[in-house]
Design a protein around this ligand. Structure first.
Ligand code: F6P
Length: 546
């Protein structure tokens, strides 16, 4: 197969970019008064305005041709069918089965995976209700009040993001904490002042091999036993989520307290699986199922909507356009909703671990840039730190703005004070996208009487692309739709680049090296080191400082 950047559909986009690349968004909007209502999409309760991208109708047509040329819809169908699309690990990729309704069946390798999913969901529901109602008691007979999720990467970022996002819906007499870092400070701070008799640990690790998680799990067990003093207490205070039930049993967690997942759920795609147990305990099984329904609504849309009406496909194709043709190497995620403060961090792993790849599925060089660097902060905080660069810096940073028509705060009544605050928040979101797109020209500044010497400093070039996502309010359903939207946008980008979006060999390499260095840090000073001179010197320095 021809390299992506040598294919006619790609070359047509390159030619088109040469023609349209310097056209300003001001001119695109001036030429088409309907643009702001034409380049919009609605799906699963989300409204996407993508009109402030540097595109024309022709751009969309050419991106759609590229998607067709890359067999996007065949690849989507293959994923939903359970084909082994994670080729380097020979695995199916079926996070979409996690949100399929119980009435459906999906047979993979002679097993109905949807039935398996619902069996685990039912077990999670029973356990969550026991914790929430206080009928699950700790070793001394007291109800659980603190739940600490121990996991890292996909076994942490989804749960912590979802807990923060849906805190408004959570049972407030239960406190959730999340420990990921192998830095002992994290667990020490999370357990500080807590009573072990009222603390439940969820040990979340798909592999149950991850060094950070196992280290923290052992430390948590030692902390718990230091207060409870009885090995028998472990069964009341530790549950596990893993595919590796042998390892969870060896850790001392009974099979009844182990909630399985499957090798076809990637870590960064796992928040709808048992990895989401902390979410379910926080918001309850019914709301967790609402979140699954939101994901499912977006899954259905992704599977069936035609390219030009398909929200995740369009977002994925626009990301390709911005990344590979406009040369933007980063992407900012800017939620104007404090509850979504961890959403950018969640999308960092989803996007960068999935698409930070340099070769195609066949092992050939991709030939163009792959995943952008994803970063972001909630608005309006970001406006007072890094937006200066977004408006006037020399780098192009496409932005995704995310906002809601209603705040969750005044939903008990119509308190005008909070309503005004929400209007203020949303005014800032809408104005930020306008400022980025249109900027301020020198002639406008002169017309306002700006002092000549200041004009160049105050000119805001504009022409900076952004998407705006709006929804009614942040709910479990909306969050589910939002997560699935980005999952499928990432998938779309991976298909265009023809990379395996579901492996992470680079991370595995880092883990192996860390294991080797760990052994050397603790060995005697006289043991020879065989790294490069910098690594050798750092190890010696650390040993010396110790
Ligand atoms: O960071 C690498 C990684 O393998 C992620 O993909 C995964 O989410 C994380 O480690 C944790 O893995 P596990 O759930 O197996 O502990």
């Amino acid at each position: 197969m021809k390299a992506l950047n040598a294919r006619p559909a790609w070359l047509a986009l390159a030619t088109h970019y040469a023609q349209i690349g310097s056209t300003h968004l001001r001119d695109l909007f001036a030429a088409d008064p309907e643009r702001g209502t034409r380049f919009v999409l609605e799906a699963a309760g989300l409204y996407l305005d993508y009109s402030k991208n540097r595109i024309s109708g022709e751009t969309i047509g050419l991106l759609a041709s590229l998607a067709r040329d890359c067999d996007l819809y065949e690849r989507i169908a293959a994923m939903f069918r359970g084909e082994l699309i994670n080729t380097t690990e020979q695995r199916a990729v079926l996070h979409t089965a996690l949100r399929a309704p119980a009435c459906e069946q999906l047979w993979v390798g002679g097993v109905d995976v949807v039935a398996q999913v619902h069996c685990v969901l039912d077990r999670m529901s029973i356990f969550s209700e026991q914790i929430r109602s206080g009928t699950w008691c700790g070793h001394t007979g007291k109800p659980i009040r603190h739940v600490i999720n121990i996991g890292i990467g996909g076994s942490d970022l989804g749960p912590v993001m979802a807990y923060d996002a849906l805190k408004h819906y959570s049972q407030r007499n239960l406190e959730m904490k999340f420990v990921s870092n192998v830095d002992g400070t994290a667990l020490a701070e999370a357990t500080h002042g807590l009573k072990a008799e009222q603390t439940l640990f969820i040990i979340c690790s798909k592999s149950f091999h991850t060094q950070e998680t196992l280290t923290n799990a052992l430390a948590a067990r030692a902390w718990s036993l230091s207060q409870l003093g009885d090995e028998a207490s472990v069964v009341r205070h530790f549950v596990a989520i893993s595919t590796n039930t042998e390892a969870t049993a060896a850790f001392g967690i009974a099979p009844e307290q182990t909630f399985p997942l499957w090798d076809w759920v990637g870590g960064r795609y796992s928040m709808a699986s048992a990895i989401g147990l902390s979410t379910m305990i926080a918001i309850g099984p019914a709301r967790f199922r609402d979140m699954l329904a939101g994901m499912r609504a977006m899954d259905e849309h992704f599977l069936h909507a035609p390219i030009e009406r398909n929200m995740p496909v369009m977002m994925g194709l626009l990301a390709i356009w911005n990344n590979d043709f406009l040369g933007a190497s980063t992407q900012a995620i800017l939620p104007y909703e404090q509850y979504l403060s961890r959403f950018p961090a969640y999308l960092q792993q989803l996007t960068m671990e999935s698409n930070g790849k340099h070769v195609t599925c066949d092992g050939a060089a991709v030939g163009c840039d792959t995943s952008p660097v994803v970063w972001g902060e909630p608005g309006t905080n970001g406006q007072h730190s890094f937006y200066q660069l977004l408006h006037q810096g020399t780098r192009l940073v496409p932005c995704d703005f995310i906002g809601f028509a209603h705040s969750l705060i005044p939903c008990q009544g119509d308190d005008r004070f909070f309503d005004n605050q929400h209007d203020l928040l949303m005014a800032n979101l809408i104005a930020a996208s306008e400022a980025l797109a249109f900027g301020k020209t020198a002639s406008e500044l002169y017309a306002e009487g700006t002092e000549e010497a200041l004009v160049p400093h105050r000119v805001v070039g504009g022409n900076r692309p952004s998407n705006t996502l709006l929804a009614m309010r942040l709910s479990p359903h909306t969050l589910g739709a939002l997560v699935a939207l980005y999952e499928h946008s990432v998938f779309t980008q991976g298909v265009i680049w023809d990379i395996d979006s579901f492996d992470q060999w680079g991370v595995e390499f880092g883990k192996v090296l860390a294991g080797l260095v760990l052994a050397e840090l603790t060995e005697s000073e006289h043991v020879a080191l065989a790294h490069d001179s910098s690594t050798n010197a750092l190890i010696r320095k650390y040993r010396h400082l110790q």
